[in-house]
Design a protein around this ligand. Structure first.
Ligand code: PLP
Length: 369
């Protein structure tokens, strides 16, 4: 059987009884939409973060979209973010009519270069949207100070960073609101699509609840501001409740996989992940870098090992965002990275024997370059 960057079947074997019990619990509850499981998951996920509110939504992209709208980002506003991210970050900004403004990334961590933010703040800037890419946080102490100094909203894209910390603070607890995805591959993932926004602000939470429900207060069927249908399903909420109890162990397992890679690959000329000071990484993906990336990926395919690239095309170079007007070379570090990075298999149930096979193949390929 071939090895892939991500595989949930081992985890499902272990957790099958609990997952099927979650499904059965919902199906027998008599409430399939916005019932007890969503309510309970929201309370538990908010509490896990020490935050006042969590609002469950249908996916991570819409979590970002609704967070932008609830926080008051309007059409024509500029949102400062990065191009080295999953396209949905930018799709969400675009979907509310706002304009993404990109800064380059740090050449060690591949995360937002905070020192570049002030220079792109303009009269139409209303928001900074950092992405805690690959599982580690952007320096949030710095960004909170920058947002406050320029009177900007700070929204965190935490889709890859459940449980990551900066200076001891959890991802999602510094911004005015923070968006999470529970897509299956994520550090906390369900068996389908899901998402959530966490916030400490009561009014933002009320707006989010209306926005996900056509624009209605749940009990009064009057639309003041038209919203969307972006509800989290009961069945996903119940699965997520079960999996939230194991989130710490998933993260520990990911760190163990990362440690084994780091120990085995330290002597090679691969650039390994750099954990920034004060950060606790959760390794959503294990991203390495090599100038001859494409040859390495092709050679590993011969060993039945299929690697991914997160991400091969910086968003500002995609045809769908050509109207933003970024020329090639506009974000030199982001563009260089896109040609050199690749991801090694990373998931909690990756067995040491399987990982050893992957490491062994990779070492052979590197030696023959
Ligand atoms: C996965 C992801 C999203 C989108 O989440 P979906 O649930 O797939 O809509 C947004 N931003 C980042 C950084 C992601 O990794």
């Amino acid at each position: 059987m071939s090895d892939n960057v991500w595989d949930y079947l081992g985890e499902y074997e272990t957790e099958r009884d609990d997952i099927l019990d979650a499904v059965d619990t919902v199906f027998r509850s008599g409430q399939l939409v916005l019932g007890q499981s969503v309510k309970a998951f929201e309370a538990e996920y908010a509490a896990w973060h020490g935050m006042a509110h969590c609002v469950g939504v249908d996916n991570g992209t819409n979590a970002i979209k609704l967070a932008l709208q609830a926080a008051g980002v309007r059409p024509g506003d500029e949102v400062i973010t990065v191009s080295n991210t999953a396209a949905p970050t930018i799709v969400a900004i675009d979907s509310v009519g706002a304009v993404p403004v990109f800064v380059d990334v740090d050449s060690d961590t591949y995360l937002m270069d905070n020192s570049a933010v002030s220079s792109v703040v303009g009269p139409r800037t209303t928001c900074i949207l950092p992405v805690h890419l690959y599982g580690q946080c952007v320096d949030l102490t710095e960004l909170r100070a920058l947002a406050d100094a320029h009177d900007l909203i700070l929204l965190e894209d935490c889709a890859q960073a459940h449980g990551a910390r900066h200076r001891g603070r959890l991802a999602g607890t510094t911004g005015d609101a923070s968006a999470f995805s529970f897509y299956p591959t994520k550090v906390l993932g369900t068996y389908g699509d899901g998402g959530a926004v966490v916030t400490d602000d009561d009014e933002t939470a009320r707006r989010l609840r209306r926005l996900r429900y056509y624009g209605m207060e749940e009990r009064y069927y009057v639309v003041e501001t038209p919203g969307h249908n972006s509800r989290l399903d009961e069945v996903h909420a119940e699965i997520l409740r079960r999996k939230l109890r194991r989130l710490d162990s998933y993260i520990a397992a990911r760190r163990a996989v990362a440690d084994r890679y780091a120990a085995a690959l330290a002597g090679t000329d691969l650039a390994l992940p750099v954990v920034a000071p004060h950060n606790e990484h959760v390794y959503y993906v294990y991203v390495v870098r090599h100038p001859r990336r494409d040859e390495i990926i092709a050679a590993l395919r011969e060993y039945d090992i299929n690697l991914n690239i997160s991400y091969p095309w910086p968003v500002h170079t995609m045809t769908g965002f050509a109207h933003l007007g970024y020329a090639e070379g506009a974000l030199p570090i982001t563009e260089k990275l896109a040609g050199e990075i690749f991801s090694l298999p990373m998931y909690p149930a990756l067995e040491p024997a399987k990982q050893d096979r992957i490491i062994d193949a990779l070492q052979k390929v590197l030696a023959k370059l």
